[in-house]
Design a protein around this ligand. Structure first.
Ligand code: NDP
Length: 257
């Protein structure tokens, strides 16, 4: 018997699959395993064929839709289409971030106003934009998760601008949880330990972040995207029904140090 809760006939939207290393891809595979109907969104047309090849590996058919989260009209259209084609939305996994990599190394204050605005827009505001657009289509007990990182709670070398973006994201989670709770919708974050992905490559000296965790975290090892995905499944399913406004650290316990 499967250890997974059954998500059969429930629609989940997974945003932020760049490739097979993406945390969002591990989440999609786990939700698929649990029987969910998946909608996968991608940032621009050029990413479509890569995502199509990945989606072919899933057990169920997935609906693929373009959604650049810097564009409010695109977000509205995406969620309207999701509702038309896949019914009410049981959950959303928001796994999206971006910052100019020049601002992810060196001195924090060397960043520009433009780099700040872009990183906060894509990495933090987009969560609120997405939740707002999905509001009319949420199931009565829907759940939303986003991906955050310890660098938003305290200084992590080189994380710089993205740390500020994650702090804004974490705070957005609490305000959204409070606003949408009366409607039955839960909003949570997973603070993942460092995982080698395309985005992670942009962070200066990322290898040191990985080896520091391996040496010092209580579990003395790094985490996998699959471990993050298991926590995502918990939060996005009825198993997490009493949890909202929370940040769960999936980081081998490193955050307690
Ligand atoms: P990926 O690079 O695989 O995923 C980032 C995703 O963000 C990509 O799919 C990218 O799409 C998408 N994205 C960027 N800009 C836009 C946009 N304008 N519209 C829509 N999508 C956009 O890296 P990860 O899987 O590592 O990152 C996922 C999340 O996990 C991020 O929030 C990240 O900060 C967080 N996280 C990652 C950790 C790690 O160590 N890897 C640790 C803790 C948190 P595209 O490439 O197609 O532009």
């Amino acid at each position: 018997m499967s250890i997974y809760p059954t998500l059969t006939n429930k629609t989940y939207v997974v945003m932020g699959i760049a490739n097979k290393r993406s945390i969002a891809w591990a989440i999609a595979k786990t939700l698929d395993e649990a029987g969910a109907k998946l909608v996968l969104t991608y940032a621009a047309e050029r990413f479509k064929s890569g995502l199509e090849s990945l989606a072919a590996e899933l057990k169920g058919d997935a609906l693929l839709l373009e959604c650049d989260v810097t564009n409010d009209e695109a977000i509205d259209t995406t969620f309207k289409t999701i509702h038309e084609q896949a019914g009410e939305i049981q959950g959303i996994a928001h796994s999206i971030a971006f910052a100019d990599k020049e601002a992810l190394r060196g001195e924090f204050s060397e960043m520009t106003r433009g780099q700040f605005a872009q990183a906060l827009d894509i990495s933090a505001y987009s969560l609120t934009a997405v939740v707002k657009a999905a509001k009319p289509y949420f199931a009565a007990d829907a759940a939303v998760i986003t991906l955050t990182y310890l660098g938003g709670e305290r200084v992590v070398p080189n994380y710089n601008l993205m740390g500020v973006a994650k702090a804004a994201l974490d705070s957005s989670v609490t305000y959204l949880a409070n606003e949408y709770g009366p409607q039955g919708v839960r909003v949570n974050a997973i603070s993942a330990g460092p995982i080698r992905t395309l985005s992670a490559k942009g962070v200066g000296d990322f290898n040191s972040i990985l080896s520091e965790l391996e040496q010092k975290a209580p579990l003395r090892r790094n985490v996998s995207a699959e471990e993050v995905a298991s926590t995502a499944l918990f939060l996005l399913s009825s198993m997490g029904s009493g949890v909202t406004g929370e940040v769960i650290h999936v980081d081998s316990g490193y955050h307690i140090l």
